[in-house]
Design a protein. Structure first.
Length: 314
């Protein structure tokens, strides 16, 4: 059993698990320099950066593409993620005639449930739907959930011990629809999806950006074994209060700090997080996501810091 699973099951990991990686834009910018850096920290990053070739999904390619739901994604910078600029369900009445996609390939991209609603309707229209709690809102939710359940069934045979999911549920200062409506409309969806995955004996890992600490206990009730929350959006004090000893987290370290801090400040940041959340029985992992705006010196400083603190024993 690897240390990440030990951390999410409170089974005394041998060392603090660390997940780290470079976004495509960073690899395109730094090229061979990043390849050399990755080789120096292969004990943390593994071997996935041995090649200089940068593979990326369609959403990271400059230009536009249309997904299986008819959402049009636009990208103006190669290596960065795209956003939906074309929302296919513009009118509320169109929800009733919307057909779920025909593909059955196990595709469950980031934003597969809540963000999918926003992609289909557009943010403003979706917020009006939630505010007015119209009948069509539940119809749309049911259609997206039906599709996701089909895709989960298709994907289950290929899933490893850990099933990874991602859907950004929070904004910078809370949930756009509020915790109460999230619990009413979205919690039953995640409960159904994750229950099916857990029935197969798999662990559920969920990435979710934004301030989500209010619903993290709900996600555990839905079957999530480990949550990947953001440091800055949630605040370390809130994460300690809600999660320490109760909810396993793969803490997303402060990406907004990475480009501007000194190496010593970055080490202090890692130390602060570990010292606040660490327990010998587990419940903590660290995640570093590095993009093109982070200087190579700071990348090395972060990797040095997690290399040091993953041996932390309190």
């Amino acid at each position: 059993m690897n240390d990440l699973i030990r951390a999410m099951t409170w089974d005394y990991p041998e060392q603090l698990p660390v997940t780290a990686g470079f976004l495509p834009a960073a690899r395109l910018k730094y090229g061979d320099e990043l390849k050399r850096l990755a080789a120096e920290y292969a004990d943390i990053l593994g071997s996935k950066y041995e090649t200089a070739e940068v593979s990326m999904p369609p959403s990271y390619r400059q230009g536009s593409h249309t997904d299986e739901w008819g959402c049009v994604w636009q990208n103006i910078a190669e290596g960065m993620d795209s956003i939906v600029t074309g929302h296919p369900v513009k009118r509320r009445e169109d929800i009733r005639t919307l057909k779920i996609p025909e593909n059955r390939d196990g595709r469950l991209p980031h934003g597969f449930m809540y963000l999918r609603l926003l992609d289909l309707r557009g943010f403003e229209e979706a917020m009006i739907d939630f505010a007015e709690e119209c009948e069509e809102l539940q119809i749309l939710i049911d259609k997206v959930l039906e599709y996701n359940m089909i895709q989960i069934e298709a994907r289950l045979p290929q899933m490893g011990e850990i099933a990874y999911f991602g859907d950004d549920l929070g904004m910078q200062r809370g949930l756009a629809i509020g915790p109460a409506k999230w619990r009413k409309y979205l919690k039953p969806c995640f409960m159904k999806m994750y229950k099916r995955v857990r029935e197969e004996g798999k662990y559920v890992y969920m990435h979710t950006d934004g301030m989500v600490y209010e619903i993290m206990p709900d996600l555990v009730e839905c079957g999530v074994n480990m949550i990947n929350p953001q440091f800055r959006a949630n605040g370390l004090d809130n994460l300690v209060r809600v999660c320490r000893g109760k909810i396993p987290v793969n803490l997303d370290l402060d990406r907004q700090l990475f480009p501007f801090a000194t190496p010593s400040e970055l080490e202090s940041h890692v130390a602060e997080c570990v010292e606040a959340l660490y327990l010998p029985q587990g419940g903590l992992s660290l995640n570093i996501e590095l993009n093109h705006e982070v200087p190579l010196l700071n990348m090395a400083a972060l990797l040095d810091a997690v290399r040091k603190y993953r041996k932390y024993k309190g």
